[in-house]
Design a protein around this ligand. Structure first.
Ligand code: ADP
Ligand code: ZN
Length: 612
């Protein structure tokens, strides 16, 4: 964008310069001398005036130039004497009663420069937008229309995202026969939001949906919508939908939705009117079209949390599909897809490659295969061997590490113990949500790993023991680090925040502290306007505040001991679970349960001791 603006600035400067020079030339060429009337009379008497045109108050004409034979220049003067014709007659001047048209001169000195400026602007705009500018086409968008024959991407080209594919199958069926769906009256999503880190194949998935259902694919990037001219983005959106409706059934894909869908009123003060207008137009269009027409809107983002909530409401992007980083098995499948396009040596072991590339996404793996192939070409080899792949892995890892996108081996170990710690405590305590999945694949920006606990039912009431167990589970991560590694890390800060919040609520809101009793200690939040900032911090005494702090600390300490105790008596499962997790990157709750069961029977026989 910046580069483009520089471009146009240069064009404008050059344009202005050219116009100035041209104008000077033209004026010199057609120069008209303004002379006083007295001089005019003098010239007339000297027979130097050859021709005049007279109006009520002006005289224009031609006069001879001194010294130069035959050369005449234009002059202009004010008419003072009402009776001139005799005088003119006497000196044999040709005269007429009207002023010669200045059309040609005006044309040359003004119209042409203006046209020139226009041409310069045209070229500059063309450079900037890559399309024909002009007021007629100002809203025509750059969304390229991929038709099915161009777009032969299918689900086979996207690997390691089976869950996402599963969710998209319904959409494909709909796009194939929108009429049938309309008849049955099934309700379909208008908007599908693909959420996941960059390079995980979101664009590829959207294209594959279009490819599988043989429909046109309109794509555009959110950042392309936000243009320099206010109103242009909104016009683009309108145009995009119009074109799409004509080609229905079809898919509209908006990449980087966050670029235009950032929550309104966020960010720079006063600015971004343009983005808001564009976003509003998008909302209007989304509300305005009937999904029965067969237009499906898909969008991708890696920052769903900053999206305007209005975009996520029912009837808009109400279906969210997670496209996460692939685990080892996923990477094996992705590598297989990309290895198809190169000749590989027999010694290439896909599983080993997958083991060497933790944390990499589909785009990194595609890049890896490409790098290895280039290396092989440089070495004049016929096929790509494991050497080339290893070297390519090293290069890419170095690049990604610089960008802080990969966690190193030591950190992976910490994360593995931490996550198994959460999971084991959760499995051992009653009243906690069942553990579904444990993963050390970094997710988002904050979490290095995660333990997914899915509640089995909606809860309206929680018992005190359940809350305590929840706190213990949250502290299980840090407890495992301390127990197995003898040190603790910063990885638990989010856990600590949540555990402390629960403990505080137990005391202040739910009256679950024996020492403080069944009281409610939270002042209702007043509206911000009334908040003078002078009110006391709470409706309780300083002493109570201290007591609350002490109680919170005590609850946390007790539950930390509970977690430590559980992990100590299951240390074998903790060790094995972490090792399994390091190897596979994701394990299920059931797999961990089996380890736990084996450990329980074994640990009664021998005490497991761990070094350091
Ligand atoms: P995103 O839109 O999520 O940033 P892309 O869809 O643009 O990612 O992916 C870029 C490239 O990386 C794709 O063209 C493809 O070659 C490769 N790629 C990414 N994810 C996958 C995947 N799951 N399977 C196969 N190739 C993938
Ligand atoms: Zn944790």
């Amino acid at each position: 964008m910046e580069k483009h603006q520089k471009f146009s600035l240069w064009y404008a400067l050059i344009g202005i310069w050219v116009v100035l020079i041209l104008q000077n030339l033209l004026i010199a060429f057609f120069s008209v001398q303004t002379i006083p009337y007295s001089q005019f009379l003098k010239l007339l008497k000297e027979n130097k005036i050859t021709e005049v045109a007279i109006t009520a108050n002006k005289i224009q004409g031609k006069m001879r130039v001194d010294g130069e034979e035959g050369k005449e220049v234009l002059f202009r003067t004010i008419r003072v004497d009402p009776d001139l014709s005799e005088l003119l007659d006497q000196h044999g001047v040709v005269f007429k009663g009207e002023i010669e048209s200045t059309f040609l001169r005006d044309l040359l000195s003004w119209v042409i420069p203006v046209l020139l400026l226009g041409a310069v602007w045209y070229v500059a705009m063309k450079r900037i937008t890559g399309q024909q500018p002009g007021f007629m086409t100002i809203g025509k968008n750059k969304a390229r229309i991929y038709m099915e024959n161009e777009l032969n991407v299918t689900f086979k080209d996207v690997a390691g995202v089976d869950e996402a594919k599963q969710e998209l199958i319904e959409i494909i069926e709909f796009l194939k026969e929108p009429a049938k769906f309309a008849e049955i009256g099934g309700k379909l999503p208008k908007g599908v939001l693909l959420v996941g880190p960059p390079g995980t194949g979101k664009t590829l998935l959207a294209k594959a949906v279009a490819g599988e259902s043989h429909v046109p694919f309109f794509s555009m990037s959110g950042s392309e919508f936000v243009e320099m001219f206010v109103g242009l983005g909104a016009a683009r959106v309108r145009d995009l939908f119009e074109q799409a409706k004509q080609k229905a059934p079809c898919i509209i894909f908006i990449d980087e939705l966050d670029a235009l869908g950032k929550a309104r009123g966020m960010g720079v003060v006063g600015g971004h009117d343009e983005r808001e207008q564009t976003l509003n137009q998008l909302l209007v269009e989304m509300d305005g079209f009937d999904p029965k027409t067969g237009v499906i809107l898909m969008a991708a983002t890696n920052r769903p949390e900053i999206l305007d909530p209005a975009l996520l409401r029912p009837g808009r992007f109400d279906r969210h599909i997670l496209v996460d980083r692939p685990d080892k098995q996923g990477r094996i499948e992705i590598l297989k897809v990309h290895l198809k396009s190169v000749k590989v040596a027999d010694d290439v072991d896909v599983e080993k490659l997958a083991t060497m590339t933790p944390g990499m996404v589909g785009a990194d793996l595609a890049n890896l295969v490409n790098e290895a192939a280039l290396l092989a070409v440089r070495r004049k080899k016929r096929v790509v061997g494991m050497d080339e792949f290893s070297e390519a892995v090293e290069r890419i890892v170095a690049g990604l590490e610089k960008k802080n996108r990969l966690i190193n081996k030591h950190e992976r170990e910490i994360v593995a113990y931490h996550e198994i710690g959460h999971a084991l405590v959760a499995l051992s305590l009653p009243g906690t949500d069942p553990v579904q999945k444990i993963s050390i694949i970094p997710r988002g920006i904050a979490a290095l790993g995660y333990t997914m606990q899915v509640p089995t039912e909606d809860r309206f009431l929680m018992r005190k023991t359940e809350l305590l167990n929840r706190i213990a589970t949250l502290l299980g991560g840090r407890a495992a680090e301390e127990l197995m590694l003898g040190d603790i890390s910063t990885g638990a800060h989010n856990d600590l925040a949540r555990a402390t919040d629960i403990a505080r609520s137990m005391i202040k809101e739910y009256g679950m502290s024996k020492n403080i009793g069944h009281v409610y200690l939270v002042r209702e939040k007043r509206s911000r306007f009334l908040d003078t900032g002078l009110e006391p911090a709470g409706d309780y005494s300083e002493a109570t505040a201290e007591m609350i702090d002490r109680e919170i600390r005590q609850i946390i300490a007790e539950q930390y001991d509970v977690a430590l105790g559980i992990l100590r008596s299951n240390s074998k499962a903790l060790e094995q679970g972490a090792r399994l997790l390091l190897e596979k990157e994701t394990i299920t709750g059931d797999e961990l349960k089996q380890l736990l069961a084996a450990d329980l029977t074994a640990s009664t026989v021998d005490e497991v001791k761990r070094e350091a």
